[in-house]
Design a protein around this ligand. Sequence first.
Ligand code: ADP
Ligand code: MG
Length: 443
Amino acid sequence: MPLEEIWNKCLSIIEKKVGDNVFELWFKPMKLAQLKEQNAVIDIPNRFFKDWIDDYYPALLTDALGDVSGHPVSVKLRVAEKIDPETRKMDARLEVRKQRLASKGIYLNPKYIFDNFITGPSNQFAHAAAMAVAENPGASYNPLFIYGGVGLGKTHLITAIGNKVADRKKDFNILYVSSEQFTNEVVSAVRHGKTEELKKKYRNLDLLLVDDVQFLENKAATQEELFHTINVLYEKQSQIVISSDRPPKEIKTITDRLRSRFGMGLIADIQAPEPELKMAIIQKKAEMERIRLSEDVVSFLASKVKSNIRELEGCLIRLGAHSSLTGCPIDVAMAKNILRDILAEEDVPITVETIQKTVAEHFGIKYLDMKSKRRNKEIAMPRQIAMYISRQLTGSSLSDIGKNFGGKDHATVIYACKQIEDKRAKDEDFNKRIETLKNKIKI
Ligand code: ADP
Ligand code: MG
């Protein structure tokens, strides 16, 4: 197959996955320059493209090329513009560090270190706890459990612990694992009769970092394995660090004994960033990426992006890429224009009414039934679902939500949320249905 044909096929796979906007902006300007056996070279306009792909779609190009060519492919992104010597030096340093750790079997993102983690009131506590643990692994807080919303810095912080410990304790056995990967390892070990090897791998660690533990909901065998791993590591004073998008008591359907292990050391939360913190992060990131920004653009971004720091950085990279392509400096008008699709989303708050309408439509009942007192199941269940989703997606208080449902009190809303949560935990189809509904509402 000629290169161009391969590339066009890849592009159409990618377009389906990422949608029009993202595709036009980021993937259309790329070009497949070479494909020799397993090795592909893709030309990209500037280094922001690389950063962006690394952050948002690390596996997308490899997967698409692999699918089209029928064998695994490793992808190198080749930047067209000249990279300035400082940036090149910094990249090289990171790469050396990454390789050095990899040669000891330690795989940690070298960019996630304490030095570039900025603190404010919202994340100070989690940061201090992480520092304490990195300085005295196994001795201060064990396990350390860090929780907070999407894109607020959990992975950065727990990886920073790993990086710092790796620097200070050269002979330490350190492992970062996402909960999905851990689950896959457990499932595969059980299937292939290799549980002893799995135990050996995990129970000999000096530092274990488990990311996004909320994904272990409903996974009994994996929870069991994690429980025993934590016990063994704890006994020999190895450090355990866990992250989650919610506190242990809100992770449903994990066993009580695992939940109690999670809470045995210290639980630290990361809250949504305050405006000053967002501004400081933008400034730092712009400095690192060598993007020139004026004060008013910094405050514009900080005010528009509500809380997700990954999204904040995404906006900045997008502006950098555009400015580098066109040669135009970044100002507020440009930012408004380039980021309009992202910012528009942020501007429209989700209301209880939208939720009621979408849920009613989904179940084929009348919008007015959401507010009625009728108790038959066909209506009561969707009504409870709408209350539950309102609780999750709007900032409304329980009693405000109740009022919107024809003057119910806050206890009725709590009861509804509990019913739906229990059903989600027990019934996977139902669970999926709720997720689909939520996504539909968020668009
Ligand atoms: P989470 O794991 O909570 O979803 P990440 O740790 O992946 O979030 O953070 C998202 C992005 O935001 C990363 O690029 C990270 O470096 C950056 N980030 C988050 N918090 C901070 C912070 N306090 N200072 C600097 N960068 C941050
Ligand atoms: Mg994360």
